[in-house]
Design a protein. Structure first.
Length: 309
């Protein structure tokens, strides 16, 4: 490439790179700097405390519990969402038989794509309100109403889904899975449609069933899409701030008695409510490092040779 071409490309890249450094990289650097101080958030004067904030994090039972909850989300949200999305995508693309004996989706597959994708168009705020009504702890809640109708729950003692330590995390996982399955169904469906029908029909002629077609053909050829979905869902599981802070009890959520805390809710409470901004910045740095580690580990764990067709 000639010198003039280098200057031409550099001219186009200069502004985007400068904006990225100013609005993305510089805030990260500032956050790390503040995490080494006793900054209170409102005052412009603060003292350097070194790694004291990070040492306190190791003794903070609430924050360590929040990390455990994020790990629980990290394990179950990607696994359940991807498994359901793969199953539904396979059924709407290759789960049926065409009139000529070839491979096609199940009857009504076009309708199912719209129905499954519908939750994705709802904002997180609407989802929080919607499932707040579903999980209401009285007989007026939809879930409790159904259980009472079938005699599974006493009308005078309905389940408090979001105030019961044993249920609250699973209730939140159900919301995230319900919201995400449709999007990843569409993602996997788009990838499946690029797989030649001849491959499925050859397997059908050889006597392969639906399960064999899925595990021997569909899943290996969709592995790149599965890897991408795993990383995105892992990053979402490391956040969860909006749902937890909106749907659970307490200032910025986390109830009951910190049983639904995640790292982001503990961080925001320390930053905005307690005025421990330097300490909250240390939490933010830990969140960033853990998210990066999770992304790298997921990419490494799911890496495999690309299969061409």
């Amino acid at each position: 490439m000639r010198k003039g071409q280098h200057r031409f490309v550099a001219g186009f890249l200069l502004l985007p790179v400068a904006l990225y450094l100013i609005f993305v990289i510089w805030p990260y650097i500032q956050t790390f700097g503040y995490s080494l101080t006793d900054w209170k958030g409102q005052s412009q004067t603060f003292a350097f405390v070194g790694l004291d904030n990070y040492a306190k994090l190791l003794e903070d039972d609430i924050f360590m519990g929040a990390i455990r909850h994020n790990i629980l989300f990290l394990v179950f949200i990607p696994v359940i969402t991807i498994l359901l999305a793969l199953f539904f995508a396979f059924m709407v693309n290759a789960g049926g038989r065409g009139r000529s004996g070839g491979v096609s989706g199940v009857a009504g597959s076009k309708y199912y794509r719209v129905v499954y994708f519908f939750p994705q168009v709802l904002s997180l705020a609407i989802m929080a309100v919607l499932f707040g009504a579903v999980y209401r702890s009285d007989s007026g809640g939809m879930l409790n109403g159904v259980l009472i109708e079938f005699g599974l729950v006493d009308e005078n003692g309905p389940v408090e889904w979001l105030n019961e330590p044993n249920f609250v995390l699973w209730a939140l996982i159900a919301v995230v899975v319900w919201h995400g399955v449709g999007f990843y169904l569409v993602l996997f469906s788009a990838a499946m449609q690029s797989i030649p029908r001849d491959v499925y029909e050859a397997a059908l002629i050889d006597g392969a069933g639906r399960a064999q077609s899925f595990f021997r053909i569909t899943l290996p050829l969709l592995w790149d899409s599965v890897q991408t979905a795993w990383v995105y869902l892992g990053i979402a599981a490391m956040d969860m701030f909006i749902l937890v802070s909106t749907m659970t009890a307490g200032d910025y959520g986390g109830g009951p008695d910190h049983h639904s805390e995640v790292m982001s809710t503990v961080m925001m409470r320390n930053f905005l409510l307690y005025g421990r901004s330097g300490y909250a910045c240390a939490m933010g740095v830990v969140m960033l490092l853990l998210t990066l580690i999770v992304s790298v580990v997921m990419l490494r764990a799911t890496r495999r040779e690309r299969i061409e067709f």
